[in-house]
Design a protein around this ligand. Structure first.
Ligand SMILES: Nc1nc2c(c(=O)[nH]1)N[C@H]1C(S)=C(S)[C@@H](COP(=O)(O)OP(=O)(O)OC[C@H]3O[C@@H](n4cnc5c(=O)[nH]c(N)nc54)[C@H](O)[C@@H]3O)O[C@H]1N2
Ligand SMILES: Nc1nc2c(c(=O)[nH]1)N[C@H]1C(S)=C(S)[C@@H](COP(=O)(O)OP(=O)(O)OC[C@H]3O[C@@H](n4cnc5c(=O)[nH]c(N)nc54)[C@H](O)[C@@H]3O)O[C@H]1N2
Ligand code: SF4
Ligand SMILES: [Mo]
Length: 700
């Protein structure tokens, strides 16, 4: 036995980036605990962190490339795998055109420094416009509003939760999710601190969530009505003559366009449809406008629904007109040490709206098409049809709308590759799977989520365990594929080289920040609280913040139409929304026995009045049916969910026979994305409308 070693690193499962203290001996993990000296997480971790050990030692995890044959999967060498993949991609692109190759990037890419720093040249080497990612089931509408209002999709306004006096949380459950587009370990303590300093937290959600229970006030809202609520709030601020742009006064344009358009959305007009009375909407607007500092913050419930684009715009508008943008305690802009905006030019329109998708004419934002139309692009014949795919760290068969149908589409491809750690619901359709190192075997600096962080810090984590000779990191796989697609002998730079260059040339480079400095400070370095900085960082060509970009104004009639009293949908009378649970992360963590032990949380929550009307008792199995599919699931009768709404967790459905997930498949649950409809999208941004699916409940 050799000596016991202590390692410090950031957890890279979710965006909270918690500092971990990991003790190892030889190839074994002895313990994973919170690193109390991490300046960002200050001793917080959640139950998922210990699963890093389980992923490391998971016997189901793939370690060598495998190829699907008529007799099942066989091991192949890395060389043979790379040779076959590039030959097939080139053959298909020669025969059917460059865009016949599609690529889907999943969420773990964003939590992986190597991938983040290798993807741009890799995607270029594929030379296809057919790019897709989990972004269009997630935060896309945030980037779109940042792009149109501030000039760059990565200028993301983040709630200054540690200094605010009033926090309005719409459609987010950070106590469980640990914050999203708000990297903030220990949200519970931060909410308590708001209350302790005399502030107030209000949660707006169709479910009385774990976060709502810690807040000062919870307001039930009907699904997908948040944009109307926001207009009611903005209307009130105008009517009360409380518009106050603060220091941004001379840098804001479009205010005059707002007043006339909000005229039709008074609290009295929207109240019935939203499900919150007009008096409360008025009070909320007043509380926000009167607070010393205030911030409206929203996430999945307000972005991944039919009006996600409008919601993110209106939230920015509300924060701006109450004087809370780029202000302490309001919505602020983190300034990360590795600067992704360094090369973004002012007036750079990027690829926003540059193309439309072939089949459904959906917009191309953030260099990609919406995943809601990926199956159409694979299944619809004609020039530009996708014939080959590569998925990288993604499981869209479980994560995207009508996911099971996307599986059928993958099955019809000429050739498919997956870069992944498991043989799972998506990768089962691949011809070749390239397994990468993961978690404790990788180095990490968070290139993306420092843009969402509630304070500025920097931390580098070397791998805890060296990879085995035959293993490859994601970035090595991507760089090898790029070189071969380009017929080049030179490879891209390794991530550490790019990171070091970026740190030295970034905003803290002059103060001596470098990779070496981070290596010398293994707990991470505190770079200070969020500071007002928008005016020096704005990327709009006229240096103005655009309060009323035309594309949002053009989308308002679609919202206005929903004010007509919605007819009761007799066939599908319930609205299905998603929820997250504490001991799971999206679709891929359920092969950890420690995370899934106990009662399966994949249940349908239904309001007691609805249950009574349908004759459903707690624990009974029911069929949930939507226009596109159906699942059987255990019903839990629960007062925390609004009448007429039902909720189930996202990320389940490990019931496919051809996967290799022995733990996950022993407790499979069902996939809510067999119910969500790829044709339901936010028409403005193309984001999937995963919340608000019309369903019926059938007692079996
Ligand atoms: N109904 C509904 N659907 C949703 C959501 C919802 O709220 N409701 N949420 C959406 C959101 S926010 C997101 S982000 C998406 C996520 O959508 P996806 O990104 O498609 O799904 P993940 O579960 O993150 O899949 C991650 C994949 O990466 C693999 N993997 C894990 N670690 C590594 C690694 O280190 N390297 C490599 N190469 N592979 C790895 C896993 O095995 C898995 O196959 O789901 C979305 N889908
Ligand atoms: N434990 C755990 N943590 C995670 C993840 C995980 O899978 N598990 N996934 C991570 C990822 S990838 C992400 S993107 C984040 C997401 O982080 P969050 O957005 O904070 O998490 P969700 O649970 O999706 O919260 C969405 C909330 O919106 C509500 N909602 C649904 N529809 C509507 C609506 O129409 N209007 C309103 N106002 N509310 C609505 C739901 O009831 C739910 O409470 O979580 C991250 N953290
Ligand atoms: S909150 Fe997120 S980053 Fe922190 S320990 Fe849990 S999974 Fe890891
Ligand atoms: Mo996400």
């Amino acid at each position: 036995m050799s000596e016991i070693k202590t390692h410090f690193r950031s957890c890279n499962i979710c965006e909270a980036m918690c500092g971990l203290e990991i003790k190892t001996q030889d190839k074994n993990v002895l313990s994973i605990k919170a690193d109390k000296k991490d300046p960002f997480s200050q001793g917080h971790i959640c139950p998922k962190a210990i699963a890093l050990q389980d992923f490391y030692s998971d016997k189901d995890r793939l370690k060598t490339p495998i190829r699907r044959t008529e007799n099942g999967w066989e091991d192949i060498s890395w060389q043979d795998a790379f040779t076959e993949i590039t030959a097939q991609f080139k053959r298909i692109q020669n025969q059917y055109g460059k865009n016949s190759l599609g690529v889907y990037l999943g969420n773990p890419n964003v939590h992986n420094m190597g991938s983040m720093l290798s993807l741009t040249p890799f995607l270029k080497s594929l030379d296809t416009i057919n790019r897709y990612s989990s972004g269009s089931t997630d935060q896309l509408s945030h980037h779109v509003s940042s792009h149109y209002m501030f000039g760059a999709g990565m200028l993301l306004p983040i709630p200054d939760i540690d200094h605010t006096d009033f926090m309005l949380i719409i459609g987010a459950n950070p106590i469980v999710s640990n914050g999203s587009m708000m990297s903030a370990p220990n949200v519970g303590a931060r909410i308590k601190a708001i209350q302790k300093r005399g502030g107030k937290v209000v949660v707006v959600d169709p479910r009385r969530t774990e976060t709502a229970k810690k807040a000062d006030e919870h307001l039930f809202i009907r699904p997908e009505k948040d944009a109307l609520l926001l207009l009611g709030l903005i209307h009130t601020v105008f009517e009360n003559k409380q518009v106050d742009l603060g220091v941004l006064e001379t840098h804001v344009k479009g205010l005059e366009k707002l007043e006339p358009i909000i005229a039709g959305f008074s609290p009295e007009v929207v109240s019935d449809v939203v499900g919150i009375d007009a008096k409360t909407i008025r009070r909320l607007a007043e509380e926000m406008a009167n607070a010393n500092s205030a911030v409206c913050y929203s996430r999945m419930g307000a972005s991944v629904q039919s009006f996600g684009g409008l919601c993110q715009w209106l939230i920015n508008v509300l924060n701006i007109i109450t004087g809370n943008l780029d202000k302490k305690g309001g919505a602020m802009f983190p300034e990360p040490a590795f600067d992704l905006l360094a090369n973004v030019k002012k007036s750079d329109k990027g690829t926003y709206g540059k193309y439309q998708s072939r089949v459904r004419k959906l917009p191309y934002y953030n260099n990609e098409f919406p995943v809601a139309t990926l199956a159409d692009e694979i299944l619809t014949p004609g020039e530009g049809q996708i014939k080959a795919m590569i998925t990288i760290a993604g499981n869209p068969v479980l994560s995207s709308p009508s996911g099971n149908k996307l599986g059928t589409a993958f099955e019809s491809l000429d050739f498919m590759v997956a870069v992944d750690i498991y043989l799972n619901e998506t990768t089962q359709y691949a011809n070749i799977i390239l397994p990468s190192t993961t978690g404790l075997e990788t180095s990490q600096y968070d290139v993306f989520f420092n843009y969402c962080a509630v304070s500025n810090t920097a931390k580098y984590s070397p791998p805890v365990f060296n990879k085995e000779d035959n293993q490859r990191a994601d970035w090595e796989i991507l760089n090898e594929l790029s070189a071969r697609m380009n017929d080049a002998s030179e490879k891209n730079y390794p991530p550490e080289v790019i990171l070091n260059f970026g740190l030295q040339h970034g905003p803290y480079g002059k103060q001596g920040l470098s990779l070496k400095k981070l290596q010398d400070n293994p707990h991470g370095i505190d770079l200070g609280p969020l500071m007002p900085n928008l005016l020096k960082r704005l990327k709009t060509s006229d240096d103005k913040i655009d309060l009323a970009p035309q594309l949002y104004l053009d989308d308002l009639p679609r919202l206005k139409a929903t004010l007509e009293k919605p007819k009761q949908d007799k066939e599908y009378p319930f609205e299905l929304i998603s929820r997250r649970v504490a001991r799971s992360h999206n679709t891929w963590t359920k092969n950890s026995r420690r995370l899934v032990k106990g009662k399966n949380p994949c249940t349908l929550q239904i309001n007691p009045e609805d249950a009574k009307e349908l004759g459903i008792i707690d624990g009974q199995f029911v069929t949930v049916r939507s226009r596109v599919g159906q699942v059987e699931i255990e019903a839990i009768v629960d007062n925390d969910i609004l009448k007429g709404v039902v909720t189930m967790p996202q990320g389940w459905g490990h019931n496919y026979k051809k996967t290799k997930l022995s733990v996950a498949s022993s407790q499979p649950g069902v996939s809510m994305n067999d119910l969500t409809d790829a044709n339901r999208i936010d028409e403005l941004t193309g984001t999937a409308a995963l919340n608000g699916t019309a369903v019926s409940i059938i007692v079996t």
